[in-house]
Write a protein that binds this ligand. Structure first.
Ligand SMILES: C[S@@+](CC[C@H](N)C(=O)[O-])C[C@H]1O[C@@H](n2cnc3c(N)ncnc32)[C@H](O)[C@@H]1O
Length: 334
């Protein structure tokens, strides 16, 4: 058993079946044994070719240049400020740091960094919301029950739980729920708490969130839910095996993010594919400029230029249509 599995097993034997949110919290974020927290000495880097998955942030410098161009354009829309801040939620390996240099850059990751208390600027989050612990819910006889995790020897398995707690029930009512008996869905309460946290701290600015996800209307496409494990570039349906050794994600409910943001008084600016965000890259001339810097700057025929052209292709065609980008504006507080 993995060390995280041993901890989870002990907890289940002592207290009974646990929520999937608790399982995911330990599997990914336990300070010593969680997938994202294991010390680099004892565990391979989860990112990149030799790890378990790629994110757009590993496609550098093209991704960084285009997101920096978009950030610059957004900051131009704000009233002048002594120091603009860019907070990155789930900064991972910090690949965006060089591109956010023109501003005060605050990387925040599990156990590292903190959102400042009072700032004006942009919060950027790439594949952050889909990594937060989620509750798993199943539709049953017209109601909604929690799906819990229990032990069977050294293995973990799903088991039916009691009716969902109030906050989860409210989430289902407001932002969409499965329609057929037996259908499953994940509920991400932490995602909404993060919007509240930004709301308390940001004087004015934007949140740009890029993630896998769906809208409430698209939910019917996922009757079995969207939980997925990743190990060595393989997507796995089984998320209960080897906790601590594989990534676990759940698609983001963008309707929930957007509706909650509007209830806080924020405004929706745009919801689009990542490809369309990158093609726009700030302002009409910015894409050409960023490309000019990245391609021509490296010499049109050089190996580097070819590499960067391939990166752009990967971002636009490989990943660009699968990922969505939600841009929300936090108006200045009165
Ligand atoms: C899939 S990775 C994405 C990393 C990076 N943004 C990228 O695109 O390469 C998700 C990141 O979110 C971080 N994360 C998860 N929960 C967090 C939390 N509550 N606060 C800060 N970071 C968190 C994880 O540690 C991990 O580095």
């Amino acid at each position: 058993m993995t060390p995280a599995a041993e901890l989870l097993r002990e907890e289940i034997l002592a207290r009974g079946p646990i929520s999937f949110a608790r399982f995911m919290e330990v599997a990914l974020y336990h300070p010593q044994h969680g997938y994202y927290r294991r010390s680099a000495r004892h565990a391979p880097d989860p990112f990149g070719m030799h790890g378990d998955f790629y994110t757009a942030e590993q496609v550098q410098p093209v991704f960084g240049l285009l997101i920096a161009a978009e950030t610059r354009a957004l900051l131009r829309q704000l009233a002048p400020c002594e120091q603009f801040t860019v907070v990155e939620l789930g900064a991972g390996r910090g690949e965006m740091a060089p591109f956010f240099q023109p501003w005060r850059y605050v990387p925040v990751d599990a156990g590292r960094g903190q959102m400042p208390d009072d700032f004006t600027g942009v919060v950027f989050a790439n594949e952050f919301f889909d990594a937060l612990p989620v509750h798993v819910v199943v539709r049953q006889g017209g109601g909604f029950a929690q799906s819990l995790v229990r032990c069977n020897g050294e293995e973990f398995e799903w088991t039916g739980g009691p009716p969902v707690e109030e906050a989860v029930g409210e989430h289902l009512t407001r932002y969409g729920a499965p329609r057929e008996d037996g259908d499953r869905i994940e509920v991400n309460l932490d995602a909404l708490s993060y919007l509240d946290r930004i709301h308390r701290s940001m004087r004015s600015g934007y949140l740009l969130a890029i993630d896998y996800g769906y809208t409430a209307r698209e939910m019917v496409r996922f009757p079995a839910g969207t939980l997925m494990g990743y190990r060595r570039h393989q997507a796995l349906d089984d998320v209960l095996t080897d906790p601590g050794l594989r990534d676990i994600t759940a698609h983001v409910n963008f309707t929930a993010l957007e509706t909650h943001a509007l209830s806080l008084g924020w405004e929706k600016v745009r919801f689009e594919s990542m490809a369309s965000l990158l093609l726009r890259a700030g302002e009409p001339d910015q894409f050409a400029e960023a490309l000019g810097q990245s391609l021509l700057g490296a010499g049109t025929d050089s190996k580097e230029a070819v590499r960067r052209r391939l990166q752009l292709k990967t971002l636009l065609y490989g990943m660009g249509e699968n990922f969505r980008a939600l841009l929300l504006r936090v108006p200045a507080k009165k």
